[in-house]
Write a protein that binds this ligand. Structure first.
Ligand code: ATP
Length: 783
């Protein structure tokens, strides 16, 4: 039932047909063809490995003999034929065998000419679970390190280099190494490679004449059989196989990312993401001629895998490499040897340290009795499991305690609220108390109980956190002991993986917990914001209503600030605000009484009211109402204290700034900071007729000054401007509603009751003098 959906045309074009069967059932995709086309340097259908070799790797061999680096690697999903291509079978050898054969053929041809002499060495290594393992050495089971050298590029330190004299020696190495290589059956491939295998052949070419100073050409051919990318659902892997698959996919993903970065010309290429990409660094983007063979299955069942492989190969086409001949002159040779010696010294010191560690291993383990070793490993495993179990349970308990704390805090808030509002409720609805409702004492007791619980929980949390910390330290100790207590490498790797999985599980728990806490906090904030919004809405509504009432009842009043942001912003935009004492106008019938006030009372009023102009940095600090008197087109403020004088002398109706008492008064009650002294400003020309109260809002207010006698005469002749007596004071109830204080008693105490009728008049004016707290006059902004 399997169909071939791959077509190759002109030896370059690959057409991947629509798998069809799946599309027919998919109604959403019926009109959408999944056919894809890709063009490559070369494309092959069903060809033998010889043809493939001739077209791909053979041209590289000549370069290697000339001192270039070259790489051939096979890429593709599991079961696509990478191993078949690179290693092959005894009947049909793959690229590795053919390449080595070709190298030796070239060496022999040169040797016959007698010009140069060659030395060929090989190494065979695998990258299994992100670790390097030597496949050329039977006894080696250790993990090798990858190093980077500015001259040689990436190399595996401590790897066995086999000096090969013939093809057969290399083939033996390949065969034995391949047997040691990790392969396991999966549902997709009975001989699935679980590691990336790298065969490196180094060719050193120097002139036969020892006195020649022309140097040595150092070519290197790397041939890589990658493990295939795989899907767990298809391979049906589990346990160790699954972990292997994850590692393989991770390293291939890193390779894909490097290919993407190189193809897009990015300045940063993430080579360090995996051992594989670190090893392939030179081959992908450095000094190397590289051939990438993309193996793809033609089966319609592998459509997705094949498409992915072709996409990667298509991107890799764009990678450009710069290969150069590796010519090492004698001087460089010396420096290379120096490097090699330094490396070896390093290696020796590492080995010595390892030996010292081994000697620290208990005698039972060092003795090497297998049963005892097993027991030691088993004990370590048990210790680890105990440590992780206890960590998980501690973490869970910590989460429970945190949750409890959150709940107790909520209850504490509720209890506090109940206690605060208890009296209020009793006063407003004493009869409505339910028989089962708690009394104030009950609530107080409940609150102290809750506080006790919270304290206890905080203490428990502290001790749990301490124990968790101790547990983590213990875990780290166990981790350090792993290399000493478990000598079997596979078991060690397996146990390490198990430990990581467990640690990740605990960390997940921690993250869940923090997420939960943050979520709760966010929810709480949301609720608070919603509550504040509601309050703001109600307040605005109330202010609006009050304002409407004021508009109806008190024509001519001015609001100092808007109650909403939109209303207040024009005020704020006008910069520093000049705030002055405000007052309410006297009634017409008060005029005479004011005129008859004694000098002492006048002085008192003068002391009580501050006429100084104030700079208020924040508009929100200003409260209350004020009324304006129109005077020649500018806003002027006249206080009740000035009323008597103003009535006696029209020239004095404007209050001179110089006469202002120094003490700030009522504004301090509104939260206004002690005011700076406003600088004197030049007089502004008057604009007669521009006197409507609405127009004065936002107009520039010139500094108050004494009028000259000439100005006074002109004023007397000019048509009468609305005076303070024309204005109506707001009703007292309304003022109270706006928070205006009327400290009648204070006034009585200060003055003494000398003249009842004068006092009444005076206190009336004093009251009115405190009606408005401030007048806001934007400074320096023309209307
Ligand atoms: N061109 C081919 N001709 C004949 N048989 C092939 C061909 N390609 C692959 N095979 C066979 O298909 C099977 C899977 O191939 P192979 O092991 O090379 O796949 P792979 O890509 O290396 O898989 P994995 O990534 O799992 O190691 C093997 O039995 C192999 O002999």
């Amino acid at each position: 039932m399997v169909q071939s959906i791959c077509r190759v045309m002109d030896g370059r074009l690959v057409i991947l047909l629509d798998p069809g069967a799946s599309a027919a059932n998919d109604y959403l995709r019926q009109d959408k063809s999944k056919e894809k086309r890709f063009a490559f340097d070369q494309a092959f259908g069903d060809v033998d490995t010889k043809t493939l070799f001739t077209a791909t790797a053979e041209p590289l061999i000549k370069s290697v003999l000339q001192g270039y680096n070259a790489t051939v690697f096979a890429y593709g999903s599991t079961g696509a034929g990478k191993t078949f291509t690179m290693i092959g079978t005894p009947v049909e050898p793959g690229i590795m065998f053919r390449s080595v054969e070709e190298i030796f053929r070239g060496v022999e041809a040169n040797a016959e000419e007698g010009k140069d002499c060659f030395s060929v060495s090989c190494s065979f290594v695998e990258v299994y679970n992100e670790n390097f393992r030597d496949l050329a050495c039977e006894t080696s089971s250790g993990i090798l390190d990858l190093r980077e050298d500015p001259v040689c590029g990436s190399y595996v330190a401590g790897i066995t280099e086999v000096q090969a004299q013939s093809v057969q020696e290399v083939m033996d190495l390949l065969q034995h190494g391949n047997q040691r290589r990790t392969t396991e059956p999966t549902a997709m491939n009975v001989t699935s490679s679980r590691s990336h295998a790298v065969l490196q052949v180094r060719v050193e070419r120097r002139a036969s004449n020892p006195s020649s100073v022309s140097g040595t050409l150092m070519g290197k051919l790397s041939m890589i059989d990658l493990a295939g990318s795989e899907r767990a659902a298809e391979t049906k892997n589990s346990g160790l196989r699954l972990l292997e698959g994850a590692k393989i996919n991770r390293s291939l993903l890193a390779l894909g990312n490097c290919i993407n970065a190189l193809a897009s010309g990015s300045s940063f290429v993430p080579y360090r993401d995996s051992k594989l990409t670190r090893l392939l660094k030179d081959s992908l983007g450095g000094n190397c001629k590289t051939v990438m063979i993309a193996n793809a299955s033609p089966s319609h069942l592998s459509y997705e895998d094949t498409l992915n492989t072709l996409k990667y190969a298509n991107r890799a086409k764009n990678i450009r490499v710069r290969a150069k001949q590796n010519l090492v002159t004698p001087g460089e040779h010396v420096s290379q040897y120096e490097h090699a010696i330094a490396d070896l010294r390093n290696e020796v010191s590492i080995l010595k340290a390892k030996l010292a560690q081994r000697s620290a291993v208990p005698d039972i383990l060092a003795g090497g009795d297998e049963n005892e070793l097993k027991e030691a490993s088993e004990n370590w495993k048990l210790d680890l499991i105990r440590n992780l179990e206890s960590r998980t349970s501690l973490q869970r308990s910590l989460i429970d305690v945190e949750r409890g704390l959150v709940q107790w805090r909520v209850e504490l808030d509720q209890a506090k609220e109940m206690i605060v509002h208890w009296d209020e409720r009793m006063v407003t609805s004493p009869g409505r108390r339910r028989p089962d409702a708690r009394s104030l004492d009950d609530w107080k007791e409940a609150m102290s109980q809750i506080e006790e619980n919270i304290k206890e929980n905080i203490e428990t949390r502290r001790s749990l956190a301490e124990r968790l910390q101790q547990n983590k330290t213990g875990g780290r100790e166990l981790q350090k002991q792993l290399s000493q207590r478990v000598l079997n490498e596979d078991l060690r790797a397996f146990l390490e993986l198990i430990q990581r999985v467990q640690v990740l599980e605990v960390e997940r728990l921690e993250l869940d917990h923090f997420w939960e806490i943050h979520r709760q906090q966010l929810e709480q904030r949301d609720q608070e914001i919603a509550m504040l919004r509601e309050q703001l809405r109600l307040r605005n509504g109330h202010i609006q209503q009050q304002r409407q009432e004021l508009d109806e009842k008190v024509p001519g009043h001015v609001f100092l600030l808007g109650s909403t942001l939109a209303e207040s912003s024009p005020v704020q935009q006008r910069g520093p605000l000049r705030v002055m004492q405000a007052w309410a106008p006297a009634r017409e019938d008060d005029e005479e009484r004011v005129a008859s006030l004694s000098e002492e009372a006048e002085d008192f009023l003068q002391d009580k009211i501050n006429w100084r102009a104030l700079e208020v940095p924040m508009a929100s600090q200003i409260k209350g109402l004020a009324q304006l008197q129109q005077n020649a087109g500018t806003s002027r403020l006249i206080a009740a204290k000035a009323v008597s004088r103003a009535w006696k002398d029209p020239a004095m109706r404007s209050i001179p700034e110089a006469r202002a008492p120094r003490r700030p008064l009522a504004l301090a009650q509104g939260g206004v900071a002690p005011p700076p002294v406003a600088p004197p400003r030049p007089p502004q020309p008057r604009e007669p007729g521009n006197s409507s109260p609405s127009q004065t809002r936002g107009s520039t207010c010139p500094p108050l000054r004494r009028k000259s006698s000439l100005e006074a005469q002109v004023t007397a002749l000019a048509p009468r401007q609305p005076s303070i007596g024309d204005m109506r004071s707001p009703p007292r109830g309304l003022l109270r509603a706006h928070g205006v204080a009327v400290p009648q008693r204070q006034l009585d105490k200060n003055l003494g009751v000398r003249d009842k009728s004068r006092l009444r008049a005076r206190s009336e004016h004093s009251r009115l003098g405190r009606v408005g707290r401030a007048l806001v006059t934007p400074t320096g902004v023309p209307r």
